[in-house]
Write a protein that binds this ligand. Sequence first.
Ligand code: HEM
Length: 211
Amino acid sequence: MIRWFKPVVFLACLIPLAVLGWKAYSGGLGANPIEVITHATGDWTLRFLLITLSITPIRKLTGRLWLIRYRRMLGLFAFFYATLHFLTYIWLDKFFDLHDMLHDIAKRKFITVGFAGFVLLIPLALTSTKGWIRRLGGKRWQALHRLIYFSAIAGVIHYWWLVKADIREPLKYAAILAVLLGYRIAVWAGPKLSGNKAKALREPQVQIPEG
Ligand code: HEM
């Protein structure tokens, strides 16, 4: 793939932040700026999680193997927006009131599950370097990075639980996530099922009585 493409993707990933920054500068955040920032950073966390999860299926289905080079960057952008989202909450919303925050995390179940989704991303971000892949070994590293599935599930549940009535938006994210996880289940179960089928064909199903 062309060399300049990676910096272009990197800059494109910063556009949501630039838009927020521009709105803040030009007074375009409306009457409730904290809400606008929380929603925008939350939306982009979930979008980047789903974009990261779509790299493997698109890569395998289209044969565009170079896409793998973008997966780590996109995953780190998911973490970046999640951190901004969390910072908005603890800084602008709660003013670092630890007691209030802990109470919220324990009592409001949509916050509990959102917090879990964020915490699950931390080991992934910390071990995203080549050094950590070497240290952990490919298999263990891959197993650890499957936590992203649970983080995305937590993100969708978090969104679903926080909307009061109209569940159309979280439903769209849930549907996309179901397809992305369904693809992985199919890839994992496929050889097992066809292996069992082949075994079943090799072994006679009906016992023929002797004599
Ligand atoms: C993987 C982690 C997370 C994801 C994917 C995520 C995603 C989202 C999404 C999509 C929204 C709704 C945006 C909209 O309405 O357009 C949202 C709202 C929100 N999130 Fe998160 N979130 C995560 C973690 C957290 C954490 C750790 C906290 C705080 C501890 C948090 C607190 C909130 C709050 C307070 C709202 C606004 C609720 C409201 O409008 O009543 N989120 N988040």
